[in-house]
Design a binder for this molecule. Structure first.
Ligand code: SAH
Ligand code: SF4
Ligand code: F3S
Length: 431
């Protein structure tokens, strides 16, 4: 028998948050380690994987319509295998089986290590809990050679009433600090400049150490930059704020999702903090960490949101003056507590509320960016700008995109640049 010399190939579609982007790096690494090769496009792949997101209806629809188009590839070549991984796989396994019987594998977020077997096994659904997830080691093929994602915990226990994540990713579980630290030491040896510690609620990290202790340990490794996402306002402690101030590699940026400026809505969202307590924390952060950038997430049109609740959010946005904001229209998710709430808000009202909020924030972002004109910022180069190859793009420690003339600096270079012009979504710099 002659072994086939044609390598089997795979293609991964990735939707959703940083956890999914990083999970795709894990699947890619695992498959390459097992001897398979990444295909240039889905048309030529033997295995097509969808790493899906269920956070809002729109994210799910995007996946289902791409899946529908992929059906034709399979019709032309029945040998192709199709796998659905990620949050939709976990949450809607039955719907996937019903709507798309041609899907071969359904793989929840705790089961992605099984990708290496998919070329050999028959149709399968793997969505069970994986008790070993906190010590699961993965081969990884990282997208960047200078900035790396590092998982520190999985799942979420918060059950915000609108959110599907606790159902798709399971209960919170933290990785032992020793394996996190050895992963980061290894990254440093390989020349990485920056790590971002990943978890749905990093402030509740707890293994042999807590998050503050972990951050001190990470700080000792000596990378140039350390970031973390996401922080929950309830769990962000004064000692964490002090730790951010004390450790020089921890960047002056905090993403702190507010969700709403109305205490009544926050309570119905099960967020467990008030706007006043959120504001207190922001004041403390700004006092202890000069130049810090704070960004946030807002949901408009949560069930029962009255005009005056919405106006409270507008006031909050104006009062705090965030460096950036991601705004979303509330999207009903089956299985969550808010799904069954009365007083769902009509789509057109949600859209009007969101558009106005986005416009207000645009001005605030520009104002915050303008305050940086004339300052010198350290930037980490990511590569040529997507829109103009004569320009390079990098990021400041405060996570702002900075563009400079392309003089051939490579990804991973660190430069000091002077900001000469602020734009809505980026800063223009000069060396
Ligand atoms: N764990 C993180 C982020 C979770 S998802 C956190 O707690 O901050 C990212 C954002 O999506 C959330 O902050 C929220 O603003 C938004 N989001 C989550 N569920 C949503 C829903 N059902 N409809 C609209 N936006 C939602
Ligand atoms: Fe969702 Fe809330 Fe958990 Fe964030 S903290 S993932 S919004 S349940
Ligand atoms: Fe989406 Fe799952 Fe992340 S629902 S936002 S991919 S945790």
């Amino acid at each position: 028998m002659v072994n086939s010399i044609v390598e089997k190939t795979f293609y991964i579609y990735t939707y959703g948050c940083q956890m999914n982007v990083h999970d795709s790096e894990k699947m890619l690494g695992t498959l390459e380690e097992a001897g398979y090769a990444a295909a240039e496009s889905p048309d030529s792949a033997d295995l097509i994987i969808f790493n899906t997101c269920a956070i809002r209806a729109k994210a799910e629809q995007k996946f289902f319509s791409q899946l529908g188009r992929t059906k034709f590839l399979k019709r032309k070549n029945p040998q192709i295998k199709i796998a659905v991984a990620g949050c939709v796989a976990q949450e809607s396994k039955d719907e996937i089986r019903k709507r798309a019987p041609y899907v071969d594998f359904v793989l929840g977020p705790q089961n992605i290590h099984h990708v290496k077997n998919l070329f050999h096994v028959p149709k399968q659904t793997l969505v069970g809990e994986n008790p070993g997830i906190s010590t699961q080691e993965y081969e990884m093929r990282r997208q960047s050679s200078s900035r790396a994602w590092v998982s520190i915990m999985y799942g979420c226990n918060n059950f915000c009433s609108y959110c599907i994540v606790p159902y798709t990713r399971g209960r919170e579980i933290s990785r032992p600090s020793s394996s996190i630290l050895s992963e980061i030491r290894d990254l440093r040896e390989r020349g990485y400049r920056e790590v971002t510690l990943l978890g749905q609620n990093v402030n509740s990290y707890r293994s042999d150490v807590d998050f503050v202790q972990l951050l001190y340990e990470v700080g000792r490794i000596g990378l140039d930059r350390v970031r973390f996402v996401t922080s929950h306002p309830r769990d962000l402690s004064p000692s964490l704020i002090q730790t951010m101030a004390d450790i020089s590699s921890v960047c002056e940026h905090l993403h702190l999702p507010l969700q709403s400026g109305s205490d009544r809505v926050l309570e119905r969202m099960n967020r467990k903090y008030t706007y006043a307590s959120y504001r207190e924390k922001v004041l403390m952060i700004r006092e202890r960490i000069p130049g810090v950038a704070i960004t946030t997430d807002i949901i408009v049109g949560f069930p029962g949101e009255r005009d005056r609740d919405y106006e409270a959010t507008v006031d909050a946005i104006e009062e705090i003056g965030f460096d950036g904001m991601f705004g979303f229209k509330y999207s009903k998710r089956k299985g969550t507590k808010a799904f069954g709430m009365e007083d769902q808000i009509p789509e057109d009202i949600k859209a009007t509320r969101l558009n106005r909020l986005l416009r207000i924030q645009e001005d605030i972002t520009l104002r915050r960016n303008r305050s940086l004109e004339g300052s010198v910022q350290e930037i980490l180069i990511e590569g040529p700008s997507e829109t103009d190859h004569d320009m390079l793009m990098g990021r400041s420690r405060t996570n702002k995109i900075v563009t400079i003339r392309n003089d051939g600096e490579q990804e991973g270079a660190m430069l000091s640049v002077k900001i000469h012009r602020a734009r809505h979504h980026s800063l223009d710099g000069r060396k």
